[in-house]
Design a protein around this ligand. Structure first.
Ligand SMILES: [Zn+2]
Length: 113
């Protein structure tokens, strides 16, 4: 379950941010997860809550944004959003082998108080 490793990094980063700002607690943590990242949202929430519990990040709200898969069609010269395993260009029907987005696991922002 690699969600625990990811959650550990998120909580650690949030705690560092709180300390750097002289804040007592972490209120909100926002992350962006690509549809191809393999991260299971529920598992990440569970891991985040377990790890944050008893720290200044305990009770913080974890907001999860999804990032769709994005492919590039070289014939049309456009990037399109699609679903995992569906890499067909909506304009010309060609199958794109050029996946440009959807694997991200980014920490978007942290709110502390
Ligand atoms: Zn196309």
């Amino acid at each position: 379950m690699h969600e625990f490793g990811i959650a550990e990094t998120i909580v650690q980063t949030a705690l560092d941010a709180a300390r750097a700002h002289g804040a007592a607690r972490v209120d909100v943590v926002r992350v962006r997860i690509g549809d191809l990242s393999g991260v299971v949202e529920e598992a990440l929430r569970f891991a985040f809550e377990s790890i944050a519990d008893g720290t200044p990040a305990g009770g913080a709200r974890l907001e999860i944004e999804r990032a769709p898969v994005r492919c590039y069609c070289s014939s049309c010269g456009v990037e399109f959003a699609t679903a995992p395993l569906d890499y067909q260009c909506p304009a010309c029907g060609a199958i794109s082998g050029d996946v440009r987005g959807g694997r991200e696991m980014d920490l978007v922002s942290i709110e502390v108080s």
